[in-house]
Each structure stands twice: as C-alpha cells, then as structure tokens.
Design a protein around this ligand. Sequence first.
Ligand SMILES: Nc1nc2c(ncn2[C@@H]2O[C@H](COP(=O)(O)OP(=O)(O)OP(=O)(O)O)[C@@H](O)[C@H]2O)c(=O)[nH]1
Ligand SMILES: [Mg+2]
Length: 202
Amino acid sequence: MVIKNKKNGPKVISATFVRGLIGEDKILFDTRKQVAFIGRSNVGKSSVINTLAERKSLAKSSSMPGKTREINFFLINDLVYFVDLPGYGYAKMPPKIADKLRKRIIWYFSESGVKPSHVVFIIDSRIGITTIDKEMLEILENENHNVIVVANKSDKLSQSEFVKNIKKIENDLRDYKCIKNIILFSAKTKKGREEVLNILFE
Ligand SMILES: Nc1nc2c(ncn2[C@@H]2O[C@H](COP(=O)(O)OP(=O)(O)OP(=O)(O)O)[C@@H](O)[C@H]2O)c(=O)[nH]1
Ligand SMILES: [Mg+2]
C-alpha cells in the first residue's frame, strides 16, 4: 500500500528485513517488484535505503568500506523489496573476497532470474563516475535495466564543486541509454528523498 502525501510524496509505513542471500541460493522471488541498490563500496547504499525508508538502521551502514556482504532484502509497505547489494571496488579488500562479492552482484543481475523494476545506481557526488562504475554500467546497459543514478553525499560538496561535479557526472553518463534519471541526493540531509520515492513508487 502506498499512501501519497501531497506534500511529502509516498509514505513508508512498514519496512522490515526479510533475508540475506549469498548467491547461488534460491532467489527470493514473488509477485512483488524489486528495486536494487548498487554502487562502489562506501558510497552509501545502505544509508540511502535507510533514508528512503525513514529508518535509522534498517540496513547496516559503516564508515568502514565493505560492510554489506550479503544480498539483503527489505520489504517496504508489503509492496516492494529494496535489495541492498554488496559494494564493489574496495581496493583494500582481499582479492578473493572482492571477487566473490563481484560474482554475487553479477549473479543477482544476470543469473537469479529477477528483473528489478529499477536499479538505483549510487555514486559519491564528490568522486563521480569511476572506471569500475563504468564496467558495472555496461552490464546494466547490456541487460536493458531501468537505472536511476543517485549522486549521494551532496551535503559534502562545496558551492564551487556543486555545478562543476554535476556537469561532469551528466557528461560521463550521456551515452548510457539505460539511465533514466540522475538525482542529487544526501542520505544525511534527506535531499532528493521524495524525488527518488516518487520514481520508485510511480
Ligand atoms: N555526509 C554524508 N555521509 C554519508 C552519506 N551517506 C552515507 N554516508 C556515510 O558513508 C559511510 C558509508 O555508508 P554505507 O551506507 O555503509 O555505505 P555502503 O555503500 O552501504 O557501503 P558497503 O556496504 O561497504 O558497500 C557511512 O559512514 C555513512 O554514515 C551522506 O549522504 N552524507
Ligand atoms: Mg552497505
């Protein structure tokens, strides 16, 4: 059930942790749609989920990169699953573990049989699009996913970085047909929250 509050957009009434998968399991699959959250380690995937759901620690976040290792399913309003994926691209992670997590992410997108209604692709708005982000975007592009780019941590941008960084991000992403929206976001200040929820629940 989605209750639309005219002023604040869709309202999250219930949010619960359902299950953590490690890939190769049976995927959680029912008639409800799934929204996947993907991005480099530490960009704030878990924090963005908490902000969207208005819950402090539904998804576990940490200042140490590499926090989320399983594919965690959260049920929102008994209607849609938010799927918190492990991060990729953390240089200090032992290569064996990094490889396992990368395979886990690709398993979700390419082998699990799920076609998420939206993929929320999260970047750090100070850092922008990296080489490894582009590799991941290629996979999403080839499989025709419906991607929303969320440029998180915008509260950390200085005035001068603001315009410059947005322009650079838009320019770097201009050739990806799978990208439907680019939204400046802050899990800290909740900037962009209504905009993202409106797209996910439309
Ligand atoms: N200032 C600021 N800090 C943020 C924001 N979003 C996340 N953080 C911080 O960034 C760190 C990483 O956040 P997580 O949500 O754990 O990041 P993640 O992408 O889930 O990380 P992994 O699970 O390791 O891939 C934490 O210390 C958060 O408090 C934001 O919008 N603004
Ligand atoms: Mg996480």
